[in-house]
Design a protein around this ligand. Structure first.
Ligand code: BGC
Length: 387
């Protein structure tokens, strides 16, 4: 018989005590965390779409739908405690179906561009739809942002969670292999959205998933006054079609140096070849990564509301896109015309065009492996301590 483990029992008792304290302190406010599912319309093909609403005990609310696993709205407090929606999008499904530059969507099977819509893998050349100048963008004509996912909801120790699942068949949008993909959004009582992706395949295939929310922490107006820090000493320079040149360039001395906080608009009109190619910022930053796991990638602060967003990720890069292609023609929530640079994206992912770039970290998933990627968005107001 094993001797009684006194030290283990003490550790367990301390753990239980701490857990009890954590439970008491993590839900002090008036709201009760909840989760609801409601119908949210039907696609033109007749598929029913559901809207899942997660709230936490501070009243923070995330609404996501099964179409595109799209985050439709995200309400977080400003410094006076007033909740405001900090993501661009539409009031109803119809807007997303009609025309959306990936507002709030999960982008896949391959986020960002693949040059000329072609890549070779294990001796076979695959051809994708060319849907962005000469290149393939964001998974094709009907990428993961335009399909209906299955949703499961769960109350977990971390918070309320919705998990979306989608089975992408072999050959869909030109990609090899049947890919079983999932993404979950968990809303914690620390006002954090935890995003976790998983995928498995039955044939080797590139996989690169991201979340394409357009943030505006003020809730309206442009994003040029937002202050941004990106923990990246290098970025991925691109050609005029936004395909990487293959090198990684230092940010020091360029408008891409966000290693200390700068207003987004401060250098966005600089006469700089890379800025010209993107029509502003539309580049992947190479995250400084002292170790594997989640690292602090970016901190975004909006001075008027005081809202603050910290992005952490397990990915090697983050695409900073300043909504350069918004031009006021799309009318979003409450009929607001989304003018140029009224939202910005911080898309955690691998580097663009990796399937054609032997020096970039691989994006190839093989049978028997599991693709796993995590990103967190932590919301606060400007007293937070991370830099
Ligand atoms: C890309 C942009 C593109 C935008 C919307 C971003 O991820 O980097 O070039 O215009 O998505 O499609």
């Amino acid at each position: 018989m094993r001797p009684f483990d006194h030290a283990g029992a003490r550790r367990a008792a301390v753990f239980l005590l701490l857990a009890a304290v954590a439970c008491r302190t993590s839900a002090p406010s008036s709201t009760v965390a909840s989760m609801t599912r409601t119908p949210f319309g039907t696609t033109p093909a007749g598929e029913a779409v559901e809207l899942i609403t997660l709230t936490n005990s501070h009243g923070v609310e995330l609404r996501a739908m099964t179409y595109g696993a799209i985050i439709v709205s995200l309400k977080v407090p400003d410094r006076s405690g007033t909740l405001g929606d900090v993501v661009l999008g539409y009031d109803s499904l119809a807007g997303y179906v009609k025309s959306s530059p990936y507002f709030g969507a999960v982008v896949g099977r391959y986020a960002n561009r693949i040059a000329k819509g072609k890549f070779a893998l294990d001796g076979t050349t695959y051809t994708l739809a060319v849907n962005n100048g000469p290149n393939a963008l964001h998974g094709g004509l009907k990428g993961f942002d335009k399909v209906v996912w299955q949703a499961d909801t769960a109350h977990t120790a971390q918070g309320n969670r919705v998990t979306f699942r989608y089975l992408s068949r072999d050959g869909e949008e030109g990609y090899p292999g049947t890919l079983a993909a999932s993404v979950s959004y968990t809303l914690t009582d620390a006002n954090e959205v935890q995003i976790a992706y998983e995928a498995t395949t039955d044939k080797a295939t590139p996989v690169n998933l991201t979340q394409h929310s357009y943030f505006n922490l003020a809730g309206s107006g442009d994003i040029l006054g937002h202050q941004l820090t990106i923990h990246a000493d290098r970025f991925v320079p691109v050609d005029s079609t936004l395909i990487p040149t293959g090198t990684l360039a230092p940010v020091a001395g360029t408008p891409f140096d966000f290693t200390t906080a700068h207003a987004v608009g401060e250098r966005i009109n600089a006469s700089d070849e890379q800025i010209n190619h993107g029509g502003g910022y539309d580049h992947t930053f190479v995250l400084n990564r002292p170790d594997t796991g989640l690292v602090l990638a970016a901190v975004l602060q909006e001075p008027t509301s005081g809202r603050r967003l910290e992005v952490r990720t397990t990915e090697p890069g983050i695409q900073f896109y300043t909504g350069n292609f918004l031009d006021g023609t799309l009318r979003g929530k409450d009929g607001v015309a989304y003018a140029r640079r009224t939202g910005l994206c911080l898309e955690s992912h691998h580097f663009p065009d990796s399937p054609n770039q032997p020096n970039f970290p691989s994006t190839i998933l093989r049978p028997g492996e599991t693709y796993r990627s995590r990103t967190t968005w932590t919301f606060g107001v400007d007293s937070s301590t991370a830099r």
